[in-house]
Design a protein around this ligand. Structure first.
Ligand code: SAM
Length: 431
């Protein structure tokens, strides 16, 4: 699969293990599919999958890895890939733009991409077969590129892999799912969730200002083959200036994310979250807790390759500092009320799964987070004397679920007096 910022390669086994804990749920929706690794792993594990991403290159990957079934495309795709591997190079738009005006690929490989892409266009293939051979070309080009995995810049000296000859391979298309047809959508996520009738919604949005279209503009142009005007050193498509995601703006992220979660009807929501984004853990947990019981699994990782090797300007000089080389990835599991109606022991299963999969260092962090919440509730009660649960929510900024957990801890420690105040219970601290 292609190199991709935020790809969930390292989280796959944990994600699949969680989902396999619920064999009653058979249809997974991957709302921001990117490389489609997650959807692919779910389909391989037997799930029916619907994938969505608003960029054309990601939709192409989803058609190949999720929507296409091996039984339908394998023989034709293999024949075409063998044929394209014999096509000689003929320089065109791709070579001129990405090998001459910029240096993302060596010209001999650029010319092969041009010739093969034109040959694909002339075949007028059925959509899923078209996507499989196009994915094969995209991945072949990715294996001989001269970048650090992002197309905002190319490396100063040719990368060693760029000298190799472009060679297409058959992508790992999977057999049909027994639970029904898999699909690939290409819409805005907030629209897509309204038509995705799935049991599990997997949500992995962009978490900061870095636009996926700008970072992978070459794949977008290769897939669309619309030969657009370009700008800047990286020869980005001009529409990178206008096609924006609200998830890449600090101003709109929180609002659209909240609307997305509220629009999901799936009984189980699984959210990937990274501690380097616009939202803090506290904000995210507060928001998710409005929609059901929340469990968190923490995974501790190295940061993406750009951060490992440093930050460089287009002339290859090291600029800026890398702040840290490890980051935590969080998987939030939100059990919405219909899950418990459908699977009565769902909460117990989620709790066991979360404990089993969690990386150990995070346990301390979780405990300290819970201690923080208890402290916030105690401070609020010390300040105001008595308060109802909804007043405590206002005073602490915690969600109702988090306030309840903190109150349970204080009750367990014998620190709480519970009184009746009208219709709501009133809480105060025991001296
Ligand atoms: C963090 S990546 C997902 C990575 C993916 N889980 C993987 O393993 O490859 C976020 C994805 O969201 C897509 N995206 C950004 N804004 C979107 C929007 N408003 N609607 C749909 N997709 C969007 C981007 O194209 C990108 O592929």
């Amino acid at each position: 699969m292609i190199k991709y910022l935020g790809s969930k390669r390292t989280l796959l086994s944990a994600l699949v293990e969680i989902l396999q804990g619920f064999p009653e749920l058979t249809h997974v929706g991957d709302v921001f599919s990117g490389t489609s690794r997650v959807g692919h792993a779910c389909k391989r594990a037997g799930f029916r999958v619907t994938a969505n991403d608003h960029n054309a290159y990601a939709h192409c990957l989803a058609q190949c890895y999720v929507a296409a079934d091996l039984e339908d495309v394998h023989a034709d795709a293999q024949k075409l890939i063998d044929e394209f591997n014999r096509v000689p190079g003929k320089p065109g738009y791709f070579t001129e733009t990405f090998c001459v005006q910029s240096r993302f690929f060596q010209p001999h490989n650029g010319a092969r991409v041009d010739a093969i892409r034109e040959a694909i266009a002339q075949k007028h293939l059925p959509p899923l077969l078209h996507a499989v051979v196009l994915t094969s070309l995209m991945e072949a080009a990715d294996r001989v590129d001269s970048t650090c995995g992002l197309q905002m810049a190319y490396v100063k000296k040719w990368a060693a892999r760029s000298f190799r000859d472009l060679h297409l391979r058959m992508p790992e298309v999977l057999p049909r799912s027994k639970h029904g047809p898999c699909r690939a959508l290409c819409s805005d996520a907030n629209q897509a969730v309204r038509v995705m009738d799935v049991d599990i919604a997997y949500v992995d949005p962009p978490y900061n200002q870095h636009s996926y279209l700008s970072n992978y503009h070459i794949w977008e142009s290769l897939v669309r083959w619309d030969k657009p005007e370009t700008y800047g050193v990286a020869c980005k498509r001009v529409d990178c200036r206008t096609r924006k995601s609200p998830y890449n703006s600090k101003r709109t992220h929180r609002q659209v994310f909240g609307q997305l979660i509220a629009a999901i009807t799936a009984p189980l929501i699984v959210v990937s979250f990274n501690n380097e984004g616009y939202q803090s853990r506290r904000e995210l947990e507060g928001l998710l807790a409005e929609h059901g019981e929340v469990f968190v699994v923490t995974k501790d990782f190295k940061r993406y390759v750009g951060a490992q090797i440093g930050v460089y300007n287009p002339s290859g000089d090291r600029v800026g500092k890398v702040s840290h080389l490890r980051n935590a990835e969080y998987i939030y599991l939100v059990a919405r009320p219909p899950l418990v109606t459908r699977i009565p022991d769902a909460i117990a299963r989620l709790s066991q799964l979360a404990q089993r999969i969690d990386d150990s260092p995070a346990v301390d962090e979780r405990i300290s987070l819970q201690v923080d919440r208890v402290t916030s509730v105690m401070q609020a009660l010390t300040a105001v004397g008595t308060a109802t649960r909804s007043e405590l929510r206002k005073h602490t900024g915690l969600s109702d679920y988090q306030v309840r957990m903190a109150l349970d801890s204080l009750t367990g420690a014998g620190r709480l007096i519970v009184g009746a105040g009208g219709r709501a219970k009133v809480y105060s601290l025991r001296e």
